[in-house]
Design a protein around this ligand. Structure first.
Ligand SMILES: [Zn+2]
Length: 272
């Protein structure tokens, strides 16, 4: 049976939030067994556990709230922790939104690797999927089926634009996470940018931290084939990390057009 982990030493990162546009300073610190991932808003003196019961919004990004104090866009950091097998972590942040950095999970993976991984003695409590389950919302579906490992398959249907259909399937290990999932950046449509700004979203978004889909081509260069669908896998992993200490999950997740809402619904289903 595998045991829990944390990081070996403290490490800091800073950057702007993609929606708030606010500068954030983040420190990742080692945590005791059974802590899970715990956010501390140092400007408010509030602790916010990264668990499904603290999710309050899933529009565009996931928001966690405790005592009226929020953490926005934690999913790429949570995906990095999950993908690298980190169970326990204290994340101290001085504002409401986790920095977007380059739009992917890679800077968080590098921070974790620089800090080093510490194995603890406490056993994990894994989730094994015994029967297939699906959640459907309008034209979106997420399913999980029994498997010997954690695998994520995603079908992205952008057949109405030049992108077409992207299908990816990755067995999640720390190695595959680092090479195939972590580098995939967040993305959006050029045509949506103005509307997002009007809703007070995407104020920190630009071509350095998101892959932007224009009318006939990308406005910047994709890092990898199927980067859009691979980022969707990254988001699924970040939202499944909200199962907290119930990890690792052994099952095959299949997303079709799904996003944070269905991802967090699946996490809710697996919790019970
Ligand atoms: Zn994302």
């Amino acid at each position: 049976m595998s045991t829990q982990t944390t990081i070996q030493k403290e490490i800091s990162l800073s950057g702007v939030g993609i929606h708030s546009g606010k500068q954030a300073h983040v420190t990742l610190s080692p945590a005791k067994p059974d802590t899970g991932i715990l956010f501390i808003r140092s400007d408010q003196n509030i602790q916010i556990p990264a668990t499904i019961s603290h999710v309050t919004h899933t529009t565009r990004a996931t928001t966690l709230t405790h005592d009226g104090v929020a953490i926005q866009t934690p999913e790429h950091l949570l995906a990095a922790a999950y993908g690298m097998g980190i169970d326990n972590l204290i994340v101290t942040i001085d504002t409401e939104e986790v920095p977007i950095l380059d739009g992917s999970a890679q800077p968080f993976v590098e921070a974790i690797l620089n800090a080093g991984i510490q194995t603890l003695n406490t056993p994990r409590t894994p989730i094994t999927i015994s029967s297939p389950q699906s959640i459907i919302d309008k034209d979106q579906t997420i399913s999980i089926i029994p498997s010997d490992h954690l695998q994520i398959t995603y079908i992205l249907d952008l057949s109405h634009v030049f992108v077409g259909i992207q299908t990816v399937s990755v067995i999640i290990t720390p190695d595959s996470f680092q090479t195939e999932i972590a580098p995939a950046r967040t993305w959006g449509f050029e045509s949506e940018v103005q509307a997002l700004l009007e809703q007070n979203l995407a104020k920190g978004g630009h071509l350095e931290n998101a892959l932007i889909i224009g009318k006939e081509s990308y406005l910047n260069t994709p890092r990898m084939t199927h980067e859009l669908a691979l980022h969707k896998c990254l988001d699924i992993l970040g939202d499944l990390a909200l199962l907290g200490l119930k990890r690792p999950i052994t099952g095959h997740v299949i997303g079709f057009r799904s996003g944070h809402f269905l991802n967090t619904q699946l996490a809710n289903l697996l919790l019970n």
